[in-house]
Design a protein around this ligand. Structure first.
Ligand SMILES: [Zn+2]
Length: 132
């Protein structure tokens, strides 16, 4: 049965991110000029305007900055309730994703989490976060 959820559509800008996921890791843009991590992917650094932003592997752990629990599905294929969160990485970037591996009601601000990947049939590995 086909998965009705929309799949990511990698662009030239985001393809390295998804390629890292396919290798089982997380990679975030890092500005070659000011060394800050940048996410979501951008063509130029929001801090200094630098336009060299190679994707750089990160450890894949972080802390929940904030989150919401979704109780209503607006698209077919999603199974609420589920938790969506902004995750602060120790490298300085903030990434977005769902928190799995615990009940949504157990997610807390400040909770340590680690990335993991599940295979999305027809697309490939997709990142999620779960409590440490
Ligand atoms: Zn920069």
């Amino acid at each position: 049965m086909d998965d009705p959820r929309p799949a990511p559509t990698p662009s030239a800008l985001t393809a390295p991110y998804w390629a890292a996921c396919a290798r089982g890791g997380l990679a975030i843009q890092r500005c070659a000029a000011c060394a800050r991590f940048v996410h979501l992917p951008r063509p130029a650094c929001p801090y200094c305007g630098g336009d060299e932003l190679p994707f750089t592997p990160v450890r894949g752990d972080g802390v929940v900055h904030t989150f919401t629990v979704v109780h209503r599905a607006f698209l077919p294929g999603f199974a609420p309730p589920y938790a969506l969160a902004w995750i602060d990485l120790p490298e300085g970037a903030r990434v977005f994703g769902d928190v799995t591996g615990c009940p949504p009601a157990a997610v807390r601000i400040g909770m340590p989490v680690r990335v993991h990947f599940t295979d999305r049939p027809g697309f490939g590995p997709m990142p999620h976060w779960r409590p440490l």
